[in-house]
Design a protein around this ligand. Structure first.
Ligand SMILES: [Fe+2]
Ligand SMILES: [Fe+2]
Length: 172
């Protein structure tokens, strides 16, 4: 099995998402469709990345004394990100509400990534052997492949038409 450096893998994904956030920020106020597509991409990338971490990294962190606190904290931060996805999905792209939620998502993700790349990485280096970290890398790649990208795309890019104000949400 090819060796996979877990730190490089995580950083690469983080960088990809950070570039997408920069693009969404640069897109003009009128580029609503472009912003919506960029958001869908961010959601997809983050969902796959988070799933990989939740399957291959965090469970091991939670079992080790040196990393357990940051492991549990990371899980909770993913929970906040997922909550924000649900709020953004329910909002209409381009509205002040939607824009504010995307900004909050960016800030939460930036904080989370910063913490992973500093505190979490350094604690992982102290807690695990080179072999354990390499195996984590291999398992992270495997776990990411388990996510159904097609299904994710269907969920984020082809949402049902939003009801107009005042109509029932019951059918959603
Ligand atoms: Fe991460
Ligand atoms: Fe994470």
């Amino acid at each position: 099995m090819k060796k996979q450096n877990i730190f490089a893998l995580l950083k690469k994904d983080h960088e990809k998402v950070s570039q997408l956030f920069s693009k969404i920020e640069k897109a003009g106020d009128k580029a609503v469709a472009k912003k919506e597509t960029l958001y869908a991409k961010i959601r997809e990338e983050l969902t796959i990345h988070s799933f990989g971490e939740e399957k291959a990294v965090y469970p091991l962190l939670k079992e080790n004394e040196k990393t357990q606190d940051i492991g549990w904290e990371s899980v909770e931060e993913h929970g906040v990100v997922k909550y924000l996805f649900s709020k953004i999905d329910a909002a209409t792209a381009g509205t002040p509400d939607w824009k504010a939620l995307v900004t909050v998502l960016k800030e939460v993700v930036e904080h989370h990534v910063e913490e992973e790349e500093s505190e979490m990485f350094s604690k992982m280096r102290k807690a695990f052997s080179k072999e354990e970290l390499d195996l984590m890398g291999v398992n992270f790649v495997k776990a990411k492949k388990m996510t159904n990208v097609k299904e994710l795309k269907a969920k984020t890019l082809h949402k049902p038409a939003k009801p107009t104000a005042g109509t029932s949400m019951a059918m959603q």
